[in-house]
Design a protein around this ligand. Sequence first.
Ligand SMILES: [Zn+2]
Length: 192
Amino acid sequence: MKQVGKFLLLEVDEFKKWLSLFHPVRTISHIQQHHTWIPSYKHFDGDNHFKLCDSMEQSHIKRGFDEIAQNLTTFPDGKIMICRSLDKQPAGIHLANKGGICIENTGDFDKGRDMMTETQKNTIITLTGLLLKKFNITPNSQTLVYHHWFDLETGKRKVTDEPDSIKTCPGTNFFGGNTVKAYNDNFLPLFK
Ligand SMILES: [Zn+2]
């Protein structure tokens, strides 16, 4: 466990312990999956977790947020950074953040870009499973969501599952794809 300012970097086991001692004040009802896009794997040197979170925070502040947008960040080495308090609503999906926890997965998981490490994959699965259990959330496509499914202007769910050239987040190759179908086939079954 390593702390710099508000940022707390943990191994998965340490996060598990930390979460067991966390008592939320707000109601947490959904979990968001994102990819950072930038920084991607080429920006990660194995030791710059804090620097990357700090630079993400600077860019989020420039976009008008009061601090880093995401509650949690995962890294290619499987570590987890607690960024924004879990008791604070994230700024992950425009107009759709109420009750959410935003997970930003470091990498560019569009097809042909970063190949997710097994370690990060395992962390995302374990972390998501721990959060679902902790907050008593039944996983489905309304409670465990991909950014890509939301209209960027209105925050409403898109009706179709058309490829979106603007926002592919968490990536067209995230656990086999960012569509609801790919999610139902590949991601959701991991939590049943
Ligand atoms: Zn996103």
